[in-house]
Design a protein around this ligand. Structure first.
Ligand SMILES: *Cc1c(COP(=O)(O)O)cnc(C)c1O
Length: 394
């Protein structure tokens, strides 16, 4: 194995890229993987080198060979100018916000955004003098009607990670760029493997590496990439906070990266099988999955995305809360918990009504979000089958 030539590297297909990106075996005695570098202090050989500040590594908060391996790999996979790694997905988003906003600014955030983002906007950003308007995710390019002279960011998440609302990202990017406003996207659902957001013009792309990059529910990590225009200010803001991720988590994420496409494609296949099975159940009113033709955002998903992940939601026909609890409490295979993207299946009830402000959430029955893992779908179906029997009996 030789170091890849730039031409070979540029032509790699996605699975080969995931195998080779960010690896330099001959920089570590031929061992295949970059090891965990733990460290704060980095030593210099001379006063001259110390004062020049031009060493590859200078201090633990600024990066180690372990973090650099994942940053480089992600930059290549996302088609970005650079990447920073933070201790959680939420930290990735807050640092990216602070890289572009200043006091007096106005920002637009999709009403379907991951809920803790609203808490950040309504508390910290408000205190810093930044005003947030939540907008209907269905607006597409019409989001331009909400622009003000001081609007400095449009934040999108497609599909929303509870309600699965799709967004017309290219139309939003065109509208925002016409006014020189940057667009930031939470791309955790599709990842850059199924929606190459930078190619669609998104300036800052955030993913919770906690989900499919990790894939094993054993770490927290945020990954933010930026295009050339926004990379210097993202890196400078990240350095100002020293919001660095732990080396053990980054090592595990590098391990997850190598199998990420295989796990995502399997999650897609299993998720679709479960979505179709649930759609046929008499207890289910609707399945919210953008790859199903009846989903209102299906045409956009089909145009822009190259696949779907294992996360989707269902709306049950009206039933009592005790009946729903009887169904969920007795599940033997599905875990009841937040987060998603691991190898194990999860289900969680949710309600967007208390926090939506630009749209109303009234689905007409209880909502459940499923994250489908790698079990045999027949076993998952039998677990839910017994659950539906409990729901009916209660
Ligand atoms: C989980 C999640 C996050 C936050 O990631 P953490 O690592 O849990 O902080 C952000 N956005 C979406 C869509 C998520 O699902």
């Amino acid at each position: 194995m030789k170091t890849l030539s730039p031409d070979t590297r540029a032509a790699l297909r996605s699975r080969t890229r995931l195998v080779h990106a960010g690896r330099e075996p001959f920089e570590q005695h031929g061992f295949v993987n970059t090891p965990v570098y733990r460290g704060s202090t980095v030593l210099y050989e001379s006063v001259e080198n110390l004062s020049r500040h031009n060493a590859r590594f200078t201090y633990g908060t600024k990066g180690t060979p372990t973090t650099e391996a994942l940053e480089r790999a992600w930059t290549e996979i996302a088609g970005a100018a650079g990447t920073v790694l933070t201790p959680s997905g939420l930290a990735a988003i807050t640092v990216a916000f602070l890289a572009v906003v200043k006091a007096g600014d106005h920002i637009l955030v999709t009403d379907a955004a991951y809920r803790p983002i609203r808490t950040f906007c309504d508390s910290v950003l408000r205190r810093l003098g930044v005003e947030t308007t939540y907008y209907d995710p269905a607006l597409g390019g019409d989001v331009a009607g909400l622009f003000r002279p001081e609007t400095s960011l449009v934040f999108v998440e497609a599909p929303g990670s509870q309600s699965l609302d799709m967004q017309d990202v290219p139309a939003i990017v065109a509208a925002a760029h016409a006014r020189d406003i940057p667009v930031m996207m939470d791309n955790t659902w599709a990842t850059s493997l199924m929606f190459p957001a930078h190619k669609y013009g998104v300036d800052l792309v955030v993913e919770a590496g906690t989900k499919y990059l990790s894939g094993h529910s054993d770490l927290l990590l945020g990954v933010t990439s930026a295009n050339a225009r926004y990379w210097p200010q993202l890196r400078a803001t990240f350095d100002a906070f020293a919001m660095c991720a732990g080396p053990e988590d980054v090592f595990l994420a590098l391990r997850g990266l190598r199998t990420m496409e295989l796990r995502l494609r399997e999650a897609e296949r299993q998720g679709l099988a479960m979505a179709h099975w649930l759609k046929a159940r008499p207890e289910v009113a609707r399945v919210l999955h953008p790859a199903l033709p009846e989903h209102p955002g299906h045409a956009i998903w089909q145009r822009d995305f190259t696949g779907s992940s294992g996360l989707f939601s269902v709306i049950l026909k009206p039933c009592g809360s005790e009946a729903l609890a009887a169904m969920l409490d007795g599940l033997e295979l599905f875990g009841l918990g937040y987060s998603w993207g691991g190898y194990e299946s999860l289900v969680v009830p949710f309600d967007c009504a208390p926090y939506r402000s630009a749209t109303t959430w009234a689905p007409g029955g209880p909502a459940l979000r499923f994250s489908i893992g790698l079990e045999n779908v027949e076993d998952l179906q039998e677990d839910l089958d017994r659950g539906f029997a409990r729901l009916k009996a209660a």
